[in-house]
Write a protein that binds this ligand. Structure first.
Ligand SMILES: Nc1ncnc2c1ncn2[C@@H]1O[C@H](COP(=O)(O)OP(=O)(O)OP(=O)(O)O)[C@@H](O)[C@H]1O
Length: 357
């Protein structure tokens, strides 16, 4: 059996490795008890980072330090089974022939814990995820959400210093996903090790993580608390995740931002040098004729897409200042909006937020 986990020092990692043609260089730090949400587009390097933390992929350079213990420094490497890691993936990968309690006890058993003691630990973990009464059920007798909770219980039954969750909810239908997300949140609150949560779902990240790390093309493009990232996205991908129109531009210090595409954005925010400018889709109004009144932005743009979302519509517009507008269904009908049509998009200067790049 390996030495007991020490959760006191958290996670300090710099993962540098090559994966095929991709170069990955990702730094992650977290205090004990923290949840880091790792987000990014497909192929960005999230799973490779998780595999390196688990010891499945060796580091070319960098380090992985968990709970004060050096797991990898690019030369010496602790084997995966010697690391205090709990792993949960989209597919819960439970043993179909084993009861829930034995699925969960498998972890401690494989680390040398005696059968009875491992079962007791498994029962405690099942209770913690609200499945104390389903310990005798086989995976086929459990719902997908319950199977995910058994997988979480199994990941935590070895008392890991590092819990790795790679898209843990992505296989669940939306209702089950929402319920399992709150079960996961409740369980993570009581866990004192570090959790690294890889997800594509902004809602998972924003509700479960204390700190977000965006990984694109193998590099970290932005880090921060959910609140910081929501208010100041710093890459096109992050802008999309947080649902804001985002522009990189050059400010002239008189409230004008010139974008790389040649668009002009007027703002009441600071515009000194290179800046980011954001426009919330809900702040855009659409008009058939050039709107009057100033100071405001009015851009002539072409409609590229119209999609319904509940009681509102999202209108994708292309032109000098490409943007997404969120308007009511009434405006879509009243204005007769159609793909290919040219319209005026208006945004008050006070709605454009700017911050340094
Ligand atoms: N087995 C492999 N052999 C070679 N290259 C790989 C392998 N697995 C992944 N890669 C490459 O490594 C890079 C990072 O992939 P990775 O799976 O870590 O990204 P990801 O952010 O987890 O993506 P996704 O969201 O699609 O799971 C990609 O360019 C990918 O093509």
């Amino acid at each position: 059996m390996s030495s007991p986990a020490d959760h006191s020092a958290g996670l300090d990692a710099r993962v540098r490795l090559s994966r095929g043609a991709a170069e990955i260089d990702v730094a992650l730090r977290a205090e004990p008890g923290q949840v880091i949400g790792v987000l990014g587009p497909n192929g960005g390097g999230k799973t490779s980072t998780v595999l390196a933390l688990a010891g499945v992929l060796p580091l070319a350079e960098g380090h992985v330090r968990v709970g004060g213990q050096l797991w990898d420094d690019g030369r010496h490497r602790l084997a995966p089974e010697a690391r205090h890691v709990g792993l949960m993936l989209a597919d819960s990968l439970l043993f179909p022939h084993l009861r829930a309690v034995d699925n969960v006890a498998f972890g401690p058993r494989s680390r040398g814990v005696a059968r009875q003691q491992a079962r007791e630990r498994a029962r405690t973990e099942l209770e913690r995820v609200g499945l104390g009464d389903r310990e005798a059920a086989r995976p086929s007798e459990l719902s997908s959400g319950q199977q995910a909770r058994v997988a979480l219980a199994r990941a935590l039954a070895t008392d890991p210093s590092l819990l790795l969750l790679d898209e843990p909810l992505s296989a669940l239908d939306p209702d089950t996903r929402a319920r399992t997300r709150s079960d996961l949140a409740a369980r993570l609150t009581a866990y004192d090790g570090v959790t690294v949560l890889v997800t594509h779902d902004p809602l998972d990240a924003l509700t479960l993580a204390d700190h977000l790390v965006f990984v694109e093309h193998g590099r970290v493009t932005q880090t921060g608390t959910p609140a910081q990232v929501l208010s100041e996205p710093r890459s096109a991908y992050v802008g999309t995740v947080v649902g804001l129109n985002l522009y990189a531009g050059q400010g002239d210090s008189h409230g004008h931002v010139r974008t790389a595409d040649g668009g002009l954005i007027v703002t009441t925010g600071p515009t000194e040098g290179p800046v980011w400018a954001t426009v919330p889709p809900s702040a855009v109004s659409l008009h058939l004729h050039e709107p009057e009144g100033s100071p405001r932005n009015a851009w002539r743009l072409r409609i590229a897409s119209v999609t319904m979302q509940g009681q509102s519509a999202r209108v994708g517009l292309v032109g000098d200042v490409p943007l997404t507008a969120e308007v009511t269904l009434e405006s879509v009908t009243a204005l007769g909006l159609q793909v290919g049509q040219e319209v005026w998009a208006a945004v008050k200067a006070t709605e454009v937020r700017t911050y340094p790049r």
